[in-house]
Design a protein around this ligand. Structure first.
Ligand code: HEM
Length: 527
């Protein structure tokens, strides 16, 4: 240290006495390396903090951005756009009106969003329409990430959708399936055609109604009213809502949005009335149950669930409504598409029927839940249906809560995130003969035998993954498995006279979920 100070002193002494011509080179000798070092240090710090580029994007029009590129079937057009513009990274930015949307189209990119950076992307974009129509930001499915969402999600998961609760509801499921089978048997007596789409929709609706409202849900046609309100809600949410794409202009857009807003307000009031009635009914029945004692295990459990719901009164309506929207259309669609694919592939239907009939004890009137675990082909058929026809092909939009770097790009805070699970589930890089219905791929010797749908295998995420993953997965699969098994066990199926397999129209209509345009009409025959 002393030696070092000596050198500095010598330098100062020298510079004080030597002429400028000698001082300058000496100064340069010291200062230039210092400036260079400083420059290198700043450059490396800048490099570290420098924002990475935004993800690639097709050319956009002024004001409306890429809105015109998203056609009637956004899951298809987004897949095609990504193939051209995302440079193979699975990330593409589209500006829809004033809103930036990150389109995620590969398993790798989905994993980055839903697992590695799940804490950044676990929020939901705000929507004035959803707020007006449903309980929006206070529901489970549309709530922004935060304490409220955590509370309602925990409540739903623990008291309605846990594996234990789903198992307890098996008696109710069995009873509801029995009603459907009895109705279908009546039609077989006269050889009539049945609207399968309608039957499975009523069934899925009634199952959710029963879980949420208890076993008196049919009183005063409530199940039908639920179905109607659910339908209107889904159509409104799925429609094009200009405020969503130009949120800053919502005040000036009143003229364009008045019709939708009025309809949304009316529908909201009807939901309110219905849910209020149900809550008061619960209260009344609960006090009378106190007097008479509770029934079997299922009824006791129903009472306990109601009690817990009551203890969270403030959010009761929120999650009631969520259950209907999230739980009905999804299970309906899987059942309907499974029947469609099996009708188009009679050999596969025969294989499934053989399994279901062999695994059900002789003489049993219908398949019971305890018979299901041995039906591995049934599970493969359901998985393959979910792969080819995920009911929510773009999941539910997520929103980023902070800037985040993924794959060499910066995703700015506040970006809306659309995960194209439909494209991912049909990506030929992950799936052999990706567009073909081949349940065998999920069987023992199949290429996808180890791939599961619980949010760990990112090439197959029909229920999403991470914090916002569907909490109704067990409930939904239980509903689908028992119904499909019984449709296979109790009946043989044919198309209406004059139709052949290829006549089944696969044209899709996009909404919150994607469904076929045509109803599925079939003729059941008892076996
Ligand atoms: C086959 C049936 C079903 C499928 C394919 C399905 C699929 C999905 C998907 C893709 C999401 C969004 C995940 C994300 O944003 O990352 C979701 C969310 C949700 N699902 Fe399901 N679902 C099904 C059945 C059900 C059922 C039966 C219920 C309840 C009875 C339910 C309740 C919910 C709820 C509450 C959410 C919102 C979760 C949140 O935002 O935290 N789902 N579902």
């Amino acid at each position: 240290m002393a030696a070092h100070m000596d050198v500095v002193h010598q330098f100062i002494d020298a510079t004080a006495t030597t002429p400028l011509a000698v001082q300058l080179p000496l100064l340069l000798l010291f200062i230039v390396p210092l400036i260079l070092l400083l420059h290198l240090h700043v450059a490396s710090r800048n490099r570290k903090h420098q924002k990475k580029p935004l993800p690639p994007s097709p050319p956009a029009l002024p004001v409306i951005g890429h809105l015109l590129l998203v056609g009637d079937l956004p899951h298809v057009s987004l897949r095609d756009l990504a193939a051209k513009h995302d440079h193979g990274g699975g990330l593409m930015l589209l500006r829809l009106g004033a809103v930036q949307n990150l389109i995620v189209s590969s398993p790798h990119a989905a994993q980055a969003v839903l697992r590695t950076h799940d804490h950044v992307f676990a929020s939901r974009p705000a929507s004035t329409l959803v707020d007006r129509l449903v309980y929006g930001s206070s529901s489970v499915g549309f709530a922004p990430y935060g304490e409220h969402w955590r509370q309602v999600r925990k409540l739903v998961t623990t008291h309605l959708l846990s594996v234990r609760k789903v198992n307890i509801f098996h008696i109710a499921r069995q009873e509801e399936v029995r009603l459907v089978i009895a109705k279908l048997r009546e039609t077989t007596a006269v050889g009539a055609e049945v609207d399968i789409s309608e039957i499975v929709n009523a069934f899925a609706n009634d199952i959710v109604c029963r879980a949420v409202c208890g076993k008196f849900f049919r009183a005063e046609g409530r199940n039908k009213l639920f179905r109607e309100l659910n339908h209107i809600t889904t159509v409104l949410i799925a429609g094009f809502n200009v405020e969503e794409y130009f949120p800053g202009l919502s005040k000036f857009l009143g003229v364009f949005t008045r019709f939708t807003s009025n309809k949304a307000n009316q529908t909201h009031k009807r939901w309110d009335r219905l849910l209020e009635e149900i809550i008061s009914d619960h209260e009344r029945r609960r006090s009378s149950e106190h007097g008479h004692g509770a029934g079997g295990e299922f009824e006791q459990e129903e009472t306990r669930v109601r009690y817990h719901k009551r203890s969270y009164q403030g959010h009761l309506d929120d999650f009631f409504q969520d259950m209907f929207e999230a739980g009905t259309a999804t299970s309906t669609l899987v059942l309907e598409f499974a029947m469609v694919e099996l009708m188009r592939n009679p050999r596969l239907m025969a294989k499934l029927q053989a399994e279901v009939r062999n695994m059900t004890p002789k003489g049993q009137e219908m398949v019971k839940e305890e018979n299901l675990p041995s039906m591995i082909y049934l599970r493969a058929v359901v998985k393959e249906t979910l792969r080819l026809h995920p009911p929510a092909p773009l999941l539910v939009p997520h929103k980023s809560m902070a800037d985040c770097d993924i794959g060499g790009y910066t995703i700015p805070s506040g970006t809306r995130v659309i995960i194209n699970t439909w494209a991912i589930c049909r990506d030929p890089k992950s799936w052999e003969n990706a567009d073909e219905f081949m349940p065998e791929r999920f069987m023992n010797d199949g290429s996808a035998v180890d791939i599961d749908l619980k949010g760990n295998d990112f090439q197959f995420i029909p229920f999403g993954a991470g914090r916002r993953m569907c909490p109704g997965i067990n409930f939904g699969l239980a509903t689908i498995n028992i119904m499909l098994a019984n449709l296979m066990y109790c009946f043989d199926w044919t198309l209406p006279a004059g139709m052949v397999d290829d006549d089944i129209d696969m044209t899709e209509v996009f909404g919150l979920t994607v469904h076929r345009k045509e109803k599925l009409i079939l003729v059941p025959k008892t076996t």
